[in-house]
Design a protein around this ligand. Structure first.
Ligand SMILES: [Zn+2]
Length: 416
């Protein structure tokens, strides 16, 4: 049975050059007694934009772990797949993030809803989370609403899961269910009944990514009230603990945080809550690595600096096209973006300080950072030059990637 470790990190590496630097951060954490399972993830959207194949991620993960003599488990995640996109991921992946967000809100047959409701009668009235002080009021009409909103997506999840299972065989892969790419967060009560549905569909879910309150914009800090997030996160965690026992779900089932990179404001809360209850976490960081490649090239100066300046200037011209696929997960104040004339004069330090996520640094500009986050497509259009510059400045770039994952993410999240 493929089992995901207690702590795991989703590592995105869009251009496939930073696997070693990322793994170095994982190894550094294990030297501090924090064992993190690396999971290389790349979504269908990223493959399409860059023109890579899912198998490329497998080749990279296998080679960097082998070169480093890393003999602990690691995974390759088919990130955000659905029934239409899963096929080409099946063979080379052993972790599947089944994305059901687009099915949420579609109503399933009345017959299915009635069947579900008849099985959850004992949770009506008041839902007490055993062993905790948590309890929720749960009327039958409220549970019906939840079923009308989520039952169809759990049935779709089963169809996708079975498709994968048929090829790979039971127990040979890790299953995550993601519901994060929608606007409305799920409440802890909804999460409880969603888990009931997934258990009923016999999906051995090991991680679940709900939509939390607040905004998880790409590459920048959490936007919202961290204390509100902390309360919600703690309730979700207790609900999962109870649901695991109640429904016989995998014991290691844990929360997954998507767009989890750079959410420094909530890391201390996540850290104290998972420690308090001795629970695991899966944190997905993807585009933050591409941003470090840009920062590393900026720091390298010369042609490399000119190259990333040019990407930024082009991104200003193509801002709408670049931002539209990410509309729900970025918030850019266009008036706060530096103009192409300003940026043309910048030296290495000014460019990298503007992009580097150091809260409190007066040069740091989250608007420019978000725009660069979605501008990776422009690097893909000049792939030859981009890769040549990455390789020519490998030491500087991989240092940036390592520092970012280890110091800014792992150390903060685990309070090292
Ligand atoms: Zn996601």
């Amino acid at each position: 049975m493929k089992t995901l470790g207690k702590y795991s990190f989703g590592l995105g590496d869009r251009f496939g050059h930073q696997g070693s630097a990322q793994l170095k951060a994982i190894i550094a954490a294990s030297e501090k007694n924090i064992d993190i399972t690396p999971v290389w993830n790349k979504s269908n959207r990223e493959h399409t934009t860059i023109g890579t194949q899912p198998v490329d991620v497998r080749i990279e993960a296998d080679s960097v772990t082998k070169n480093a003599g890393f003999n602990k488990p690691y995974f390759v995640d088919a990130d955000h797949i659905n029934l239409d996109t899963v096929d080409r991921f099946i063979e080379c992946s052993d972790f599947f993030t089944i994305d059901v967000a687009s099915y949420i809100g579609k109503k399933s047959d009345e017959e299915d809803i009635l069947k579900f409701l008849s099985g959850v009668e004992k949770y009506t009235g008041e839902l007490k989370i055993a062993g905790t002080k948590l309890s929720f009021k749960t009327s039958i009409s409220q549970i019906r609403q939840i079923a009308e909103k989520y039952l169809f997506s759990s049935i779709r999840a089963r169809v996708i899961y079975r498709k994968i299972e048929k090829v790979k065989g039971k127990g040979n892969f890790v299953t995550e269910i993601s519901m994060d790419e929608i606007t409305q967060p799920q409440t802890p009560v909804e999460l409880f009944f969603i888990l009931r549905m997934l258990a009923y569909e016999n999906i051995p879910v090991q991680t679940i990514a709900p939509k939390f309150s607040g905004r998880f914009n790409k590459g920048v800090d959490y936007v919202g009230d961290p204390l509100l997030f902390a309360r919600e996160f703690e309730s979700d965690l207790l609900v999962i603990d109870f649901a695991v026992k109640e429904f016989g779900l995998p014991k290691n089932l844990k929360l997954s945080i998507h767009s989890g990179s750079d959410k420094f404001a909530i890391y201390p809360h996540i850290c104290s809550i998972i420690k308090k209850y001795d629970k695991g976490i899966h944190l997905k960081t993807a585009g933050t690595t591409w941003l470090e490649e840009v920062i590393g090239l900026a720091e390298s100066g010369g042609e490399a600096l000119d190259f990333v300046k040019e990407i930024y200037i082009k991104s200003l011209e193509k801002i709408e096209e670049l931002c539209s696929p990410y509309a729900d997960v970025i918030e850019i104040k266009v008036s706060s973006l530096p103009s192409k004339f300003e940026v043309s004069d910048w030296n290495s330090n000014k460019f990298s300080d503007t992009l580097k996520h150091i809260p409190g640094n007066s040069d740091y500009n989250p608007n420019m950072r978000q725009l660069m986050h979605v501008a990776y497509k422009l690097a893909a259009l000049q792939m030859k030059d981009f890769i040549r510059l990455l390789e020519a400045n490998e030491q500087t770039v991989s240092n940036c990637v390592y520092e970012n994952i280890y110091n800014r993410h792992i150390c903060r999240l685990f309070d090292i």
